[in-house]
Ligand binder design. Structure first.
Ligand SMILES: C[S@@+](CC[C@H](N)C(=O)[O-])C[C@H]1O[C@@H](n2cnc3c(N)ncnc32)[C@H](O)[C@@H]1O
Length: 322
């Protein structure tokens, strides 16, 4: 289970101190309904709306980014980035998850077209562990200047909101600004997967190396499949989150897909990405693995003692060492 870092929860609680829970619930329900109907963060049009987003969506996008970064960082453990650019940053979700994954980060720049979400990001930053923050209000299509180049560039749940015709230009700029690593996180839907596949094709053509989640740089095994590549992150719901959604289950599952493309990492031992929940029995572990052109089904028999033990410890989204 991946919850918000405690400093974010406390900072958010402080922002909520004088907010009517009835008003928050009303705006949170509107936000949730908008997302369920395929809408976007354009619904966020006030300070209260930004808080509603932070209560009902940020914990899920944070958990997704945190999981994507954990999978990525595990493959490049020597990478200690100092700067981060967060595009379509909203309340700074990906930056805060980045700070958790890489305590080496010293500065972050946040770009967003929504002033209410950026204002909340600034308020949360007041409680953040030491990191210099610059906030750039504006449209990603025009605001991505060369001086924003950073070791890590991130776009979390943002490309989904950018017009496809503009998104390709934005992607080219994101890659140009990424000193070492570009991480894109999208909803774990078929549309999200299609967007990630298009990014993958584009970035490979630019000479990028795929760090994660793909096990290889060949044809994606699910490109022509009815299935689609995605992963899951479970997150706890706070009391406000439960109340705002009128929910009683104390957790939720967020489906996401991501791509981490890098330069200058040399050969990365990527292992084989596990594409579905392993089926564990007393006799074997059945795994679905990412392999070139095929989603390989591998049965690890309990008689293969060490391999069986290792496979039993693995979960959906982990990389099985080669
Ligand atoms: C779903 S929110 C994601 C926020 C945050 N990255 C997260 O993961 O929680 C999408 C964000 O992208 C921003 N956005 C959408 N289109 C944009 C554009 N063309 N330029 C800048 N920001 C944009 C929205 O204002 C919003 O804050």
């Amino acid at each position: 289970m991946t919850g918000l870092s405690s400093w974010i929860s406390h900072a958010l609680d402080r922002q909520l101190e004088h907010v009517s829970r009835g008003d928050l619930r009303e705006r949170a329900l509107a936000t949730s309904e908008t997302y369920r109907a395929g809408g976007s963060s354009r619904i966020v049009a006030s300070e209260l709306d930004a808080l509603a987003y932070a209560v009902v969506r940020m914990p899920a996008t944070y958990a997704a980014v945190r999981a994507a970064l954990a999978q990525t960082a595990a493959l490049i453990p020597d990478f200690k980035p100092r700067s981060l650019l967060d595009v379509g940053a909203g309340p700074g979700t990906a930056s805060w998850a980045g700070l958790d994954a890489w305590p080496s980060l010293k500065r972050a720049a946040l770009i967003d077209g929504n002033p209410h979400l950026l204002a909340l990001a600034r308020k949360l930053h007041a409680s953040a562990p030491q990191i210099d923050l610059s906030v750039v209000p504006g449209d990603a299509a025009g605001a991505l200047d060369d001086d924003l180049a950073a070791d890590v560039v991130m776009a979390s749940y943002a490309l989904t909101e950018i017009e496809p015709a503009v998104a390709k230009r934005v992607l080219a700029k994101l890659w140009a600004l990424a000193g070492r690593l570009l991480v894109i996180v999208e909803p774990g839907t078929t549309d999200g997967f299609r967007r990630i596949l298009a990014c993958r094709d584009f970035l490979l053509a630019q000479g990028a190396a795929i760090v994660a989640p793909c096990s290889h740089e060949g044809v994606c095994p699910l490109a022509e499949d009815a299935r689609w590549c995605h992963f899951g992150a479970r997150l706890p719901r706070s009391r406000d989150h439960l109340a705002a959604k009128g929910a009683s289950v104390p957790y939720e599952d967020e489906k996401f897909i991501y791509l981490a493309a890098g330069r200058g990492f040399g050969a990365v031992a990527r292992g084989s990405r596990i594409l579905a929940t392993p089926k564990v029995s007393k006799a074997s572990v059945a795994l679905t693995l990412c392999a070139p052109e095929t989603a390989e089904r591998r049965i690890v028999d309990r008689r293969q003692k060490e391999a069986y033990k290792a496979a039993k410890r693995c979960d959906w989204g982990d990389a099985l060492p080669s």
